[in-house]
Write a protein that binds this ligand. Structure first.
Ligand SMILES: Cc1ncc(COP(=O)(O)O)c(C=O)c1O
Length: 448
């Protein structure tokens, strides 16, 4: 066991850390001072040496029922006694159909068909492929362009990074980005919308970017626009009033599909099943993952409209309609976890709880205004971001220091660049929101 591993566990059994290559992590620095959790329950993680850590980010925006909800755990255990794996192609298993039925029942009324994959990234690439193939099936195959948005995060597949707008995720792969992609400008302008509570009043006009791209490329070449209703990974960038509405209008006018990537915004993050329940703007396709199983077993997917689905259901019945899918599409354990999770959301009325907590979180985070290094604070649903002034010559290091302080003092937040993000689960108590924000305040004061 190496020294760092020993320190992390202080005597607890910790494996050697060398062989594992961690995702989206500074591996070398991490292994000098590893942050490990080995148990979790409700709002708390536990470290190998028994320290409790308040989870301020619902895992990675996914554990929306809190960790290890007993009903979800029980459902997964029971499923293991029945069916471990069912072949996904050319045969299937009843639970996946049940889940599709339950999910489409709570989804926007026109989204009546679900396709399952295993992650948000796969779901995004599935949605992009559905959009391209849909136009082709309609005899409109000249629509090959995909429009994303600056600062967008759509996972790590080649489709997702192509429509995504986070430079660091794209630059090493520039030669392999898919052709024919363009981007809307992002909607963040600190001067205009700094310290907004909820949706900014400025910025709705930026949706006209789409009209500009339509004029540039001609609508007949554009298949789809994909946006996160609220940009999560870029640091909680909230849609300006009127922005999504205008995107919808332009898409409808020009026969362009509108895809909402709701991997973060779905399943209670905005106090509802999906963003249309709150914002009233209806997409043609919803991409989901994370909260569908509350993080217990990986599952992602897309929900599509009847119009899209029907366009595929033509031709000889013995032929495959969509050449796409994964070995683990609709895995039985994932379906069992998802069905139980959907029930928990309803039985525990968690989205109503999220709506009750939202003003508490808003008030608490905005009370950090004026603390050292803070240059903006924003919030929407159970999501909030505190943006810090980057340290000169060392971007993101200050945020890392704050993050580390919080971890050392029993709170898990997330940092991305110089933004600290918070996304507690709807089961959080008012006191826990208080602890989360006050620990962060102390971290800001301690950071140099
Ligand atoms: C909006 C959005 N899309 C896609 C993804 C990718 O999901 P996954 O990490 O499950 O591949 C994420 C992950 O954070 C996300 O926030």
């Amino acid at each position: 066991m190496n020294q760092a591993a020993k320190r992390a566990g202080e005597g607890a059994e910790i494996p050697d850390l060398e062989a594992l290559w961690l995702p989206f992590t500074h591996n070398r620095l991490f292994k000098k001072n590893p942050r490990l959790v080995s148990r979790a329950e409700g709002m708390y993680y536990e470290t190998p040496d028994g320290r409790r850590i308040l989870d301020g980010l619902s895992g990675l925006w996914c554990s929306n029922t809190g960790h290890r909800h007993p009903k979800i755990v029980e459902a997964v255990k029971a499923q293991l006694d029945e069916l471990d794996y069912a072949v996904a192609f050319q045969a299937h298993h009843p639970l996946a159909f049940e889940l599709a039925n339950e999910l489409t029942a709570v989804a926007p009324a026109h989204l009546n068909h679900a396709f399952f994959v295993n992650s948000g990234s796969e779901a995004v690439d599935t949605a992009l492929k559905v959009a391209l193939a849909y136009h082709k099936a309609n005899g409109d195959g000249g629509r090959y362009r995909l429009i994303g948005r600056e600062k967008g995060y759509h996972g790590v597949g080649f489709g997702g990074i192509s429509v995504g707008g986070m430079p660091a995720n794209r630059k090493a792969f520039a030669s392999a980005l898919i052709p024919g992609v363009d981007h809307l400008r992002h909607t963040y302008d600190r001067e205009q919308m700094g310290y907004s509570c909820g949706q900014p009043t400025w910025g709705g006009h930026l949706a006209e970017d789409l009209q500009r791209l339509v004029e540039l490329h001609d609508a007949s070449t554009i298949a789809a626009v994909i946006v996160e209703p609220m940009q999560g990974s870029a640091g909680v960038i909230v849609p300006p009033l009127g922005y999504l509405e205008r995107l919808r209008e332009i898409c409808t006018q020009h026969g362009i599909l509108l895809i909402f990537d709701e991997v973060i915004t779905g399943f209670g993050r905005l106090g509802h099943w999906f963003s249309p329940d709150r914002l009233g703007v209806q997409p043609d396709i919803i991409v989901f993952a994370k909260g569908i199983t509350s993080g217990v077993v990986p599952l992602g997917g897309v929900l599509v409209s009847d119009t899209i689905f029907e366009a595929f259901m033509t031709g000889p019945e013995h032929l495959v309609e969509f050449f796409h899918g994964n070995t683990y599409s609709g895995h039985p354990l994932a379906c069992a976890a998802a069905l139980a999770t959907l029930q928990v959301y309803q039985q525990d009325d968690l989205f109503a709880r999220a709506r009750t907590l939202e003003p508490l979180l808003e008030q608490a985070v905005h009370a950090l205004r004026g603390e050292p290094h803070v240059v903006d604070i924003r919030n929407f649903g159970l999501a909030a971001a505190i943006e810090l002034e980057p340290r000169e010559g060392a971007p993101s290091l200050r945020a890392l220091e704050v993050f580390q302080y919080c971890f050392d003092h029993g709170v898990m937040v997330r940092y991305s660049g110089d933004v600290i993000a918070l996304g507690p689960a709807p089961i959080a108590s008012a006191d826990e929101i208080g602890v989360l924000v006050e620990t962060l305040r102390a971290g800001l004061r301690a950071a140099s």
